[in-house]
Design a protein around this ligand. Structure first.
Ligand SMILES: Cc1cc2nc3c(=O)[nH]c(=O)nc-3n(C[C@H](O)[C@H](O)[C@H](O)COP(=O)(O)OP(=O)(O)OC[C@H]3O[C@@H](n4cnc5c(N)ncnc54)[C@H](O)[C@@H]3O)c2cc1C
Length: 586
């Protein structure tokens, strides 16, 4: 079994030294949240994750969810853990106090999301979709629905789902067939089948609130005719109590490669009573409130799982003795951490993970600003940055999760491939993250075609990086980092110009290079984060030499050994798409 120790010191370093966003610091309602409070929350979060949630990872993998007689049962121990989880108020951490939440900013709740992902992704998923449903209802439902459903969701007594996928419709939501017919009382009856629904049914909560995409007869074709509905598993009476069973039935659960403790359900809707959320035919844009938040959280899942993979690889590499690095004693082998290739592997993991955590902390500040700042223009600017970075964090972090969990198996050798150590489970559990919430390729397409070429929101981000660098022009210790970042910005500018041009002349060239562009932006964003970390570490070095020197060394590794990947992506992408599109495939 793996071990996990929550990186609270790392998180507090970010909270104390990289919360330098003026707009964030102006948000009135977060002014009373101080460092002591955050440390206290993170210590408590570490405790429940290390002691209660993490042991469930192996249990869920070995004793997956069961579907029997129309009922889904969670793995042993999940129910008791969930009761503790909601008793301690973890489902309410970031929710509005108006509905019983604790009103914590994203800057704090994201750390908790990471810890949960590191501990057990399967267990996390039971409450994760509830938070997404909470936001969607909060932003788009009428007051009556909010008052009726939100307090129970916030309390964790009811959970949420997101029902988009159907057998003929995965990426292409325009193909949805589920039908919603309007009733005289203003409610709707939904009929159709949804597949792959995470936490679609289980025994942890009293009720399950499904958010379902469906089409009203006569609606425009494609995505323009999709509406969003709230469909409870059990109808809810006007007094808020649970009533009769609604027409939603679980037909089966999937047998999967990973996250086996999380039920992935086929749900049948047979005249199930539902309530319209938002306007008719505008369901997709309402659902995007949920999907965009979820996409960032899925990125955090990749980061969290990578952290567990790294921690265990590091511990193993310090103990396992094989071969000789420096010693010449033929009787004695060295710890594998002394071998250059293992060190390279560990440093690659570490430099990517810490860069990602720092980037996600920066992004959390932008999300908090976009939702809470009093100035509309400032909210809009922050929202553009969030919009640009959403596909990057979703795809880059989860792809790196695959890379890092794969590297971890390699560090463990044969013991990584066999089951005892729990390392191969990390790879399997992570493997869904590049697929769900919109595949990573589709995220890359969204980034390039919509955000870069159509909305042109890349430049603001590049300017932000350049501003940060130029403010430290006189700092000789940062010169190397500034120069490298400036070179990489040149590349990304050349790449975007190339995309603009090719988009007018040969769209396939652009389509074939979206993944490369997303990777480049991902690596550059981490470089921006490492630049700020290095700046702070240089200034604080004398206070805690080990911690800050290690940061500076890791930054150097990232700039020397990881960032050159940008050049390879650029070269490959701009060679065009002829060879791809002309291939005959036999
Ligand atoms: C464990 C699990 C949990 C899930 N949870 C949920 C959930 O809670 N709610 C929910 O609604 N769904 C859920 N899903 C469904 C998931 O979101 C979809 O599987 C995913 O969006 C991809 O759809 P698809 O599987 O139909 O693949 P397809 O859409 O058929 O895609 C197949 C391949 O084609 C590529 N592709 C598709 N379109 C394009 C394009 N235009 N350009 C380039 N490439 C393209 C994709 O990137 C992919 O590589 C879950 C799935 C799994 C396996």
């Amino acid at each position: 079994m793996t071990t996990y120790s929550a990186p609270v010191e790392e998180m507090m370093f970010l909270y104390n030294h990289l919360k330098d966003n003026k707009d964030y610091n102006e948000i009135q309602k977060f002014k009373e949240i101080n460092s002591d409070l955050v440390k206290d929350i993170l210590d408590q979060a570490a405790k429940i994750n290390q002691e209660i949630v993490h042991p469930l990872a192996k249990v869920g993998d070995e004793t997956p969810c069961v579907y029997e007689n129309g009922v889904v049962r969670s793995p042993p121990g999940y129910k008791q853990a969930y009761q503790q989880f909601i008793k301690d108020g973890w489902t309410s951490l970031s929710c509005d106090p108006k509905y019983g939440g604790q009103g914590m900013p994203k800057t704090v709740s994201t750390f908790f999301e990471e810890m949960l992902s590191s501990s057990s992704l399967s267990f996390k998923l039971y409450s994760e979709l509830s938070i997404g449903a909470y936001h969607c209802i909060l932003h788009h439902a009428d007051t009556k629905i909010k008052n009726k459903f939100l307090p129970k969701i916030v309390e964790g007594k009811w959970s949420g789902t997101m029902c988009l996928t159907e057998s003929q419709c995965g990426t292409d939501l325009g193909l949805i067939k589920t039908k919603a017919e309007k009733q005289e009382d203003g409610s709707f009856l939904l009929t159709g089948q949804k597949i792959f629904i995470t936490s679609g049914d289980h025994d942890l909560t009293e009720n399950i609130i499904h958010l379902v995409l469906a089409k009203i007869p006569g609606a425009p074709p494609g995505t323009k005719g999709i509406s969003l509905f709230l469909v409870p598993k059990f109808n809810v009476n006007d007094d808020g109590n649970i009533g009769t069973r609604n027409g939603v039935k679980t037909l089966s659960i999937e047998s999967k490669m990973g996250i086996k403790g999380s039920p992935t359900c086929v749900l049948n809707f047979d005249n199930a009573k539902g309530y319209l959320i938002g306007k008719e035919n505008k369901g997709l844009s309402s659902m995007f409130t949920m999907m965009n938040l979820e996409r960032i959280i899925v990125g955090i899942q990749g980061l969290g799982i990578a952290e567990t993979a790294y921690q265990n690889s590091l511990a193993y590499a310090k103990e396992r003795k094989q071969g000789k690095a420096n010693n010449t004693n033929t009787e004695k082998a060295d710890e594998i951490i002394k071998h250059a290739d293992i060190r390279r592997s560990l440093l690659s993991m570490k430099s990517i993970i810490e860069g990602e955590r720092s980037l996600s902390f920066w992004l959390s500040q932008q999300i908090d600003v976009s939702l809470n700042h009093s100035d509309e223009n400032i909210r809009k600017n922050a929202n553009d940055l969030v919009s640009l970075m959403t596909p990057v964090v979703k795809s880059f972090f989860t792809d790196m999760g695959s890379e890092i969990t794969n590297e971890a198996i390699q560090v463990f050798g044969g013991y990584g491939y066999t089951k005892d150590q729990g390392i191969e489970q990390l790879f399997r559990d992570n493997r869904i993250t590049p697929i769900y919430e919109g595949t990573n390729s589709v995220q890359a397409i969204d980034l390039v075609f919509r955000k870069v070429l159509k909305e042109k929101i890349l430049n603001n981000f590049l300017k932000l990086i350049q501003k940060e660098i130029s403010e430290h022009n006189n700092n000789q210790q940062l010169k190397k980092f500034s120069n490298i970042i400036n070179d990489k910005i040149d590349i990304i500018n050349k790449f975007s110009n190339w995309l603009e041009k090719r988009n007018k002349e040969k769209r396939d060239d652009v389509s074939a290079s979206c993944n490369d562009f997303l990777k480049i932006l991902g690596y550059l964003s981490l470089a921006y984060s490492w630049f700020k970390t290095t700046k702070v570490s240089l200034s604080l070095k004398d206070q805690n030499k080990n911690f800050y020197n290690e940061k500076i060394n890791t930054a150097n590794y990232y700039f020397d050994k990881i960032l050159p990947r940008i050049n390879a992506h650029y070269e490959s992408a701009t060679s065009g798409s002829d060879i791809i599109m002309n291939a005959k495939f036999g």
